[in-house]
Every structure is written in C-alpha cells, then in structure tokens.
Design a protein around this ligand. Structure first.
Ligand SMILES: NC(=O)c1ccc[n+]([C@@H]2O[C@H](COP(=O)([O-])OP(=O)(O)OC[C@H]3O[C@@H](n4cnc5c(N)ncnc54)[C@H](OP(=O)(O)O)[C@@H]3O)[C@@H](O)[C@H]2O)c1
Length: 212
C-alpha cells in the first residue's frame, strides 16, 4: 500500500520559504508550531532534502514545548551522493534515518557511531525519483509521510503527483525577491482544490488537495 504524503511548510506573504542564500527564517508562529509538532507526532517518518539538513540543521522531533508526545518520528533524507553532514542534529536521536542515494554509492560506512540507526538505500537511477522513494517507504511499512522541504523536494514531489495534501502556513511577513521561493520552475501552471483556510494567530493556514 502506498503511504499518504502530507506536505507542510511555512512561508512569507510573498511565497518565500527562506531568506537570501537559503538562510532559515522562522515563519511559523507559536500556534503553527503547535500544529506542526502535532502533525509530526502523527507521522511515521519525516522526509526532507539534503540541503535542508545541511543548511538548517533541524532536529525533526516532536518538541514538548509545542506538543506533548513520546514519539520520535523516523527521518528520510534525499541525498544522491551521501554528502549530508554526519554531525547534523537529526542523527542524534534513537530512531531510523533512511538516506536515499543514487545507484552505485556505497553507504556501508556511513552509520557507525551515530545515535540514529542509519539505513542507506540506493535508488535505481542517478537520483531518487519521488515515486521510488514513496514506494520504498511503503514497502518498509511506513504509512504516513510528512514532507517538510525544502524547495526542490517540495517541487519534485508535487510535480510528480506524489502527494495527498499540502498545508502552507502564511506568515504576515515579506521576505523580498532574494528569498527562496516555495516552488521551483513548473512546466505549466498547476491548479489545486481548496480544502480549508484557517486563521492561526497572526497568520493563516491554507490546505489544498489535488484537483480532479
Ligand atoms: N519554510 C519552511 O517551511 C522550510 C522547510 C524546509 C526547508 N526550508 C528551506 O529550504 C531551503 C532548502 O531547499 P533546497 O531546494 O535548496 O533543498 P532541499 O529540497 O532541502 O534538498 C534538495 C536536494 O535534495 C537532493 N535530492 C535527491 N533527490 C531529490 C528529489 N527527488 N527531488 C529533489 N531533491 C532531491 C538533491 O541533492 P543531490 O543531487 O545531492 O541529491 C537536491 O539538491 C533552505 O533554505 C531551507 O531553509 C524551508
């Protein structure tokens, strides 16, 4: 069975998910952080791209400050050449971290010494196609994937149709045109179906699904 893929990210009113040069900025407010951490607690695994780990160094855990849960979700990282920072905080929790790399990369020596159990999965091609990643995670037994970015991973999963729902939190902030946009190039405009819009503190959350 294919897992459900919920995409979640926070952005400015001008649609940027980070500042110039990819510098992280906290667009989420406390109300949104409560929602995000609850969502993490309900997910089996959190999926991110290598750049998000190397640039932001997120822990990708459920922080009790925002939501109480004993759960530590597993993490999947898309990283074709295994260049993810081994000292990243994501590896310092007792959980599985699955790294998807390209065909032919030897991941044998990657894991030892890290608190997390690292599993390196080789893709069947030079990069990890979203369909391959979702199927592989489904075969391992994951049912609920939360995709937390960044721009390239969000774009590839959306354009390949490997998603079920997208939640976008809009902060009342402008990041300017040098910020990192939420999406990369698209071949053509994409239209979605609106599920709901709700106010969260000083921002608002838009949830969308595929239009059929
Ligand atoms: N506001 C938010 O909610 C939020 C959340 C997360 C991240 N961010 C921001 O997003 C920025 C990072 O975004 P990014 O686009 O540079 O990087 P990213 O999406 O985190 O990672 C992209 C990298 O992942 C690898 N990759 C492997 N398979 C892929 C696939 N199927 N699709 C896409 N990528 C794949 C590629 O590197 P290889 O070729 O080496 O494999 C690619 O360059 C940061 O500035 C961060 O702050 C914001």
């Amino acid at each position: 069975m294919k897992p459900r893929v919920l995409i979640n990210f926070a952005c400015s009113l001008d649609g940027k998910i980070a500042l110039k040069g990819g510098k992280a900025y906290r667009f989420s407010n406390p109300e949104d952080l409560q929602r995000v951490h609850k969502m993490r607690s309900e997910s089996d695994i959190i999926l991110v791209g290598k750049n998000t780990i190397n640039l932001d160094d997120p822990k990708l855990v459920v922080n009790e400050k925002y939501f109480k849960s004993d759960r530590i979700p597993d993490v999947a990282i898309l990283d074709s050449n295994l260049t993810v920072n081994k000292n990243a905080r994501v590896f310092s929790y007792p959980r599985k971290v699955i790294i998807f790399c390209r065909k032919g990369i030897d991941g044998g020596e990657f894991g030892p010494g890290l608190t997390s159990k690292v599993i390196v999965r080789n893709s069947t091609s030079s990069s990890s196609h979203p369909d391959f990643v979702v199927r592989e995670l489904g075969n391992i037994g994951y049912r609920n994937i939360m995709l937390e970015g960044g721009k390239s991973v969000i774009t590839s999963f959306i354009t390949e149709g490997e998603w079920d729902e997208i939640s976008i939190f809009y902060s009342p902030t402008l990041a300017g045109d040098e910020g990192i946009p939420m999406f990369g190039p698209l071949k053509e405009p994409m239209k979605f179906e609106h599920i709901q819009t709700e106010r969260l503190g000083n921002g608002f959350l838009v949830t969308i699904k595929k239009a059929f």
